[in-house]
Ligand binder design. Structure first.
Ligand SMILES: *Cc1c(COP(=O)(O)O)cnc(C)c1O
Length: 350
């Protein structure tokens, strides 16, 4: 079978060794002669997986014991509510940078006052709003580091005197960052760190316990921190897949990963800018290195282009239904050769 170039937005490409190791754990987990998905999550073998999946996050993010790491269920979408429920007492500040940010805002509004400090909705979310002040009376400031659907990415994060909360679902572990500037990071695993079914949450100690509302047990971060992500049965397979991906990330190092991601993104953006048939859809300074959105100037040729991609074994290039055009999601595990294959189709198409 020939190789498929997987540009899927999520669930998305994972390193081959991660998939191979998941397959063998499904057959025989840690020499137990049992499958990973048929042993107790409280077995010493699985507890070791959970421990490593948490400690690798801290190691790669260069965070110390002042942070807790948990794996949750319910996706990043449940975090939209949980962040607000656990942190919002009076008012919070949000940026509105796309579909996911809007959903986060919607949930928070049920919980307290939400001020939108910057929005790019006026231009179809094609840029990152900047130049706003975050006053110190907010309970927290929430932002989306990478906008998976519109293809913009924050290149830096605002200075603020209030807790910084970030939805990092689609660019987590894609670049070096000072992770200690964040007070809470969440990410659905299925974009850049593992199989669907679990959500990583990293929380700075001391952040919780400041709201007066009753927080239902399962929605209270403290429940999951206290029980080390084992209050109820965790998504064992997804957490195992994350641990394997984290080992791969740790071996490569974020600096190397960032370099490769930059190289891949430059290659594709150069073709989009240099090929007169195509056009980028986002502000140049805010371009995402993870989800690259572009259009054909003559959109009557869209189906032709998708066919040329399919003929070259390129999969997942069709844009999100809400924006149209094309989107190349280029997560960590996607090789430069796949981007070269796409660029070659674009050149031939011209
Ligand atoms: C995919 C995505 C989500 C939603 O994730 P689920 O795990 O499906 O709930 C939220 N935010 C961003 C930035 C995403 O890319």
């Amino acid at each position: 079978m020939s190789k498929v170039h997987n540009f899927s937005a999520g669930p998305a490409i994972l390193p081959k060794e991660v998939i191979d190791n998941c397959i063998s754990a499904l057959q025989n987990f840690e020499n137990t002669n049992l499958s990973l998905i048929e042993v107790s999550h409280r077995s010493k073998e699985f507890v070791a997986v959970m421990d490593e999946a948490c400690s690798l996050v801290k190691k790669i993010m260069n965070l110390g014991d002042d942070y807790d790491v948990i794996y949750m269920q319910g996706g990043a979408s449940t975090q939209f509510l949980m962040t607000a429920f656990n942190l919002l007492e009076n008012k919070a500040a949000y940026t509105n940078t796309g579909t996911w940010a809007k959903k986060a805002i919607k949930e928070a509004k049920h919980t307290g006052t939400v001020d939108i400090l910057g929005s790019s909705e006026d231009k179809n979310f094609s840029y990152i709003p900047k130049n706003f002040e975050i006053s110190s009376d907010y309970d927290y400031f929430h932002c989306t580091s990478n906008n998976t659907i519109s293809g913009t990415q924050m290149q830096s994060f605002p200075e603020c005197n209030v807790p910084l909360v970030c939805d990092m679902s689609s660019d987590i572990f894609s670049r070096e960052l000072d992770f200690s500037q964040f007070d809470l990071i969440y990410a659905g695993a299925q974009k850049n760190m593992g199989p669907a079914g679990t959500t990583l949450v990293v929380i700075k100690k001391g952040l919780l316990g400041k709201v007066t509302r009753y927080i239902p047990t399962m929605l209270d971060y403290r429940t999951h921190i206290d029980k080390e992500s084992m209050f109820n049965t965790p998504s064992v397979f997804a957490v195992y897949g994350c641990m394997q991906t984290l080992r791969w990330i740790d071996k490569m190092g974020l600096a190397t990963i960032e370099k490769l991601n930059t190289e891949k993104a430059e290659l594709l953006y150069n073709e989009i800018d240099g090929n007169e048939l195509f056009q980028g859809t986002t502000a140049v300074e805010d371009r995402s290195k993870m989800n690259i959105t572009f259009i054909l100037k003559d959109d009557s040729r869209n189906d032709d282009f998708l066919k040329s991609c399919a003929d070259a074994n390129i999969s997942g290039i069709k844009g999100h239904r809400s924006v149209g055009g094309f989107r190349a999601s280029m997560y960590n595990a996607l090789g430069l050769d796949s981007v070269e294959a796409l660029v070659s189709v674009m050149k031939t198409f011209k």
